[in-house]
Each structure stands twice: as C-alpha cells, then as structure tokens.
Write a protein that binds this ligand. Structure first.
Ligand code: FAD
Ligand code: NAD
Length: 468
C-alpha cells in the first residue's frame, strides 16, 4: 500500500509531535512515524516526564523528613513505598502518552508505527515489528529522531549494573549505593532522586565543577547544597573503567591528585552526555551529511542537504532540550509554509530540576569575560527574601548580568525555589531587550520568590537593593 503525505515527520518526541501538530494546523496532510509502540520519544517515556515525577515524589519525602518537625507537623513511621513511587511515575507517563494520542486524533494526524528508513529523498520504507514493511511517500520530511545515551572508553553499558538514565528511572529496588559518572544535568537530577531516599550517592565528574556548562557560581552553590544532602561529589576525577561483578560494580578512576583509585557500588549510572540517533535511517540513500559529532548538518532554515528534508531537536546541533526541539518544530513547519519564523538560541532557558531548582538564560559570566564584554552584576540571596524564609528556603541566589553602558540584560542565573518558573520573566525581559532598570520599575507581588529578581535587578543597576 502506498501513501503520499504533504509532510512526514520521523520520530514522535517533543520535536516530532509538535511538528506534526503545527503541520496539521496549517492544513497539511501529515503522518508521524514512530518505531516504538508509544508516542512521546525520550522526553515523555524515559526523560523529562518520568524524571520530574520521581523528583517530585522524593522531594516530598525529603521535605517531610527534614522540615516537617520545624513546621510543627509530626509523622510517625514515615517511610518510602518504592513500588508505589514507581507506579505513580508510570501513571504520569501514561497520562502524557494518552494526551498525545488524543492530540494526534484531534488533528487528524496519521500515526505509522515502525522504523523509518530513507529509500530516496521522497520515500521512506517503514519496517514494522512483525517484519512487514511498506512505502510512505512525502513532499517534505522532518527528521526528529532524537538521541541516545553515550558512554566513555572503558565503560560498557550493560543495562544491568552499569546503567543509563533509562534504567535508573525504573529500578525495581532501592540500591544501597550508586556511583554516577558525570555531574551534568542527568547526574545531579538522578543523584537528587536517589540520595533523598537513602542511597549513598557518589558523583564522579571530570570537570572542576558540577553542571560545568552553566555559570560557574551555580555549580559551586549546588555542590554545597548537594553535599549537605550527603551526596559525595568528586570533581576533577577521571573514570578509567567500570566492571560488573554480578551484584556490584567496581569503578576505577584517577582522582584529583593523579592517584589511581577504585569505588565499588551497587549500580553505576553513566551520565556523560547523549549522542544523536540516526542509526538505520538510510541517510546514505540521500545526500544528507553528518558532522564530526554524528549530528545531521542543517542550514539556517534547519534544511538538510536535501531541499525537501529538514531536521530538528537532539539529532542536530544545539542544546539537547525538549523546548529547543519544540521551537525548531514550529520554525520548520512555518518555514515550509512560506512564513518567516525566528529562533533566538541565546534565549533558550536551561533548567535543572534539583531542589532548589536552577535556571538560566543568556550569557554566563565566564562567556562575558571571554568576550571582553563590560558588564555589571546584581546578586541577591534567597536567605534575604521574606517569602523564602516563610518556606524555609534559605539556599541559593539570583544573579543578574547587565551591560555597563545602558543596563541591557545579558544573562540571568537563578538557583533557588521555583527557579524553573521564575526564569520565564527574565526570558521575556531579554526578548524585548529591556534593561535592569526596566525590570525593577514594575510591581512584583509581595511576598513572592520573584521579588528576589527585582532586588537583583536593583543591585545590577547600581541603585541598590531594598532588602539587603
Ligand atoms: P526524542 O525525544 O529523542 O524522540 C525521538 C523519537 O524518534 C524517539 O521516540 C525514537 O524512538 C524515534 N525514532 C528514532 N529513529 C526512528 C526511526 N528511524 N523511525 C521511527 N522513529 C524513530 N529536556 C528538557 O527540556 N527538560 C527536561 O526536564 C529534560 N529531562 C530529561 C531527563 C532525562 C533523563 C533525559 C534522558 C533527557 C531529558 N531532557 C530534558 C532532554 C529531552 O528529553 C530531549 O531534548 C528531547 O526529548 C529531544 O526531543 P526530540 O524530539 O529531538 O527527540
Ligand atoms: P551533560 O552534558 O549535561 O553532562 C555530562 C557531564 O559528564 C559533564 O559534566 C561532563 O563534564 C561529564 N563527563 C564527561 N566525560 C566524563 C568522564 N570521562 N568522567 C567523568 N565525567 C565526565 O549530559 P547529561 O547529563 O548526560 O545529559 C544529556 C542531555 O540531556 C543534556 O544535553 C541535557 O541538556 C539533557 N537533559 C536535560 C535535562 C533538563 O533540561 N533538566 C535533564 C536531563 C537531561
């Protein structure tokens, strides 16, 4: 059976499903091809959604353990029901998958289950699980095949004891100990989940700080906070190998003093980044090129070497974030539609869902220094916020970087309660190229965490804080 669509989207993650919906909204006959039996890709099935579900559950437990007494609430026999915690997480994932099925139906998008492989630039062959395959033709194709976990030399992922985030999100027991290779986003989120429920967690990070690609002060503050929660943080550590001993894993590494050392734990989670996924996609039957990191090469319109084939999300260059993939999805469909969309990659926020949360947008202080830009800094600690004190949230700060001449916002970095939501106002401010003064001359409700932003804008402008 042969079908011809206006737009065929390959992959149903946040890039793919948003592209399909936008395409249908604009009147295109659209199909979405997904090799797994559930829609949603990494984000919905084994990424953003399940990790946030587990982060929320374990944070509730941790709060009950560490703060309830002070609030005057006593609970006897507080304990974790790990099966129920995992069951709720699975339920949340399923709700999101059902939501996507509903959206595909509502927008009359054809779902084609199976693995897509290009035959040429206008046809793919879709291989189903039962071995059958059929041809699907399209005027345009959007590749949104995402990414897979990567590893380092000497560490072979066996999905048993040497695991990735996918397995760590569905363990069926609470381990006694876990080593995490990589103190990036996945490393610190997974460390938070497991340390809160009593697992002895050690993070082995190659760089000299946690979340090293973000503003350095955030990593420093996070290290203090996670250390208070009994997470062992080993910076400047170079892992050499990991070996599965049956019921444990031994990790050999060179420590910060260049000494060989070893650590034996129940599980070793490898969180050293992800690699683009193009395996079996038949790109050799097209003129599409990959760069040295295996990412699909696109031009400024996210068009590949083939005029009718675009690529978006984790499989191309840029930050591997769900909302980046979503922006690119809309951008590509509107480009095909003859519109003139725009993405400002400097204004894509970055969020880490530890507690407190971390969120940032724009330039880091290190980037401004490197570029020899003159800037001023406004930093306000949450310990000086009335709202934060009421909630016993004493950790973290807001750091605003603005241009010395006019005060234009250059970067905003937050580590503190609800930072993930607070960052939105900084993104809006920067989108409209506002100054630190514009941002403090508006009213912020009292008492709110957002007042910490107002104070940081006041300090950056040179006027000075009210509450510090
Ligand atoms: P994906 O979501 O990876 O989807 C690609 C889809 O394509 C998959 O379903 C795959 O099966 C399918 N596919 C691949 N090849 C084929 C083929 N040949 N034929 C048919 N189908 C194919 N990002 C955030 O912004 N916020 C977060 O909180 C966050 N948390 C995360 C937590 C974890 C543990 C992980 C691993 C990632 C997290 N991310 C988060 C990153 C986010 O998941 C990705 O950036 C996002 O999913 C990328 O979307 P995508 O559409 O490009 O690809
Ligand atoms: P990452 O790039 O954030 O972190 C990888 C870390 O591993 C880095 O700190 C790096 O220095 C370290 N590392 C590399 N080689 C090492 C070695 N040999 N020994 C020790 N440490 C080493 O990657 P990740 O945490 O695996 O996450 C993958 C992607 O998923 C990221 O791009 C991220 O954007 C996305 N993600 C996003 C979120 C979120 O938005 N909240 C959550 C999870 C994942």
């Amino acid at each position: 059976m042969e079908n011809i669509y206006d737009i065929v989207v390959i992959g149903s993650g946040p890039g793919g499903y948003v592209a399909a919906i936008r395409a249908a909204q604009l009147g295109y006959k659209t199909a979405i091809v997904e090799k797994y039996s559930t829609l949603g890709g990494t984000c919905t099935n084994v990424g953003c959604i399940p990790s946030k579900a587990l982060l929320d559950s374990t944070e509730h437990y941790h709060t009950a353990q560490t703060k309830f007494d002070t609030h005057g609430i006593s609970i006897e026999n507080l304990k974790i029901n790990f099966d129920q915690l995992m069951k709720r997480k699975a339920g949340v994932v399923n709700q999101n998958i059902s939501g996507l099925n509903y959206l595909m139906k509502k927008n009359k998008i054809e779902i084609i289950e199976g693995k897509a492989s290009f035959v040429n630039n206008s046809e793919i062959s879709v291989l189903k699980n039962d071995g059958a395959s059929h041809a699907v033709k399209g005027k345009y194709f959007i590749i949104a095949t995402g990414s897979k976990p990567s590893t380092i030399k000497g560490v072979a992922i066996d999905k048993d004891r040497i695991i990735t985030s996918t397995e760590a999100l569905k363990l069926n027991e609470i381990p006694k100990s876990m080593a995490i290779i990589g103190g990036g986003v996945i490393g610190v989120e997974m460390a938070s989940i497991y340390a809160r429920i009593g697992v002895k967690v050690s993070i082995l990070e190659y760089a000299d700080s946690l979340i090293p690609s973000m503003d350095k002060e955030l990593g420093k503050e996070l290290k203090k906070i996670l250390s208070k929660n009994s997470i062992e943080i080993l910076l400047n550590h170079k892992v050499q190998s990991a070996q599965n001993n049956g019921s444990s894993v031994t990790i050999n590494y060179i420590d910060g003093n260049d000494k060989n050392n070893a650590l034996t734990v129940d599980y070793c989670l490898v969180a050293v980044g992800r690699k683009p996924y193009t395996e079996g996609l038949g790109l050799e039957n097209t003129s599409i090129k990959l760069d040295d990191k295996g990412r699909i090469v696109t031009d400024n319109h996210l068009k590949t070497n083939e005029d009718n084939i675009y690529a978006i999300g984790d499989v191309i260059a840029g930050p591997m974030l769900a909302h980046k993939a979503e922006e690119e999805a809309v951008f590509v469909v509107e480009t095909i539609n003859g519109q003139k969309p725009h993405i400002d990659y400097n204004l894509i926020p970055n969020v880490v869902y530890t507690w407190p949360e971390i969120a940032s947008v724009g330039f880091t202080e290190e980037q401004l220094k490197k570029e020899n830009r003159s800037y001023r800094v406004g930093k306000f600690p949450f310990s000086a916020s009335g709202r934060a004190r009421a909630a016993m949230e004493y950790d973290g700060f807001v750091k605003v970087l603005s241009d010395t001449k006019y005060g234009e916002l250059l970067g905003v970095h937050i580590i503190g309660p609800r930072a993930a939501d607070l960052i939105a106002q900084a993104v809006i401010g920067m989108h409209y190229q506002t100054t630190d003064e514009d941002m403090f001359r508006i009213s912020y409700a009292h008492p709110t965490y957002s007042e910490a932003l107002k104070e940081a804008y006041l300090i950056a402008s040179g006027q000075g804080a009210i509450n510090l």
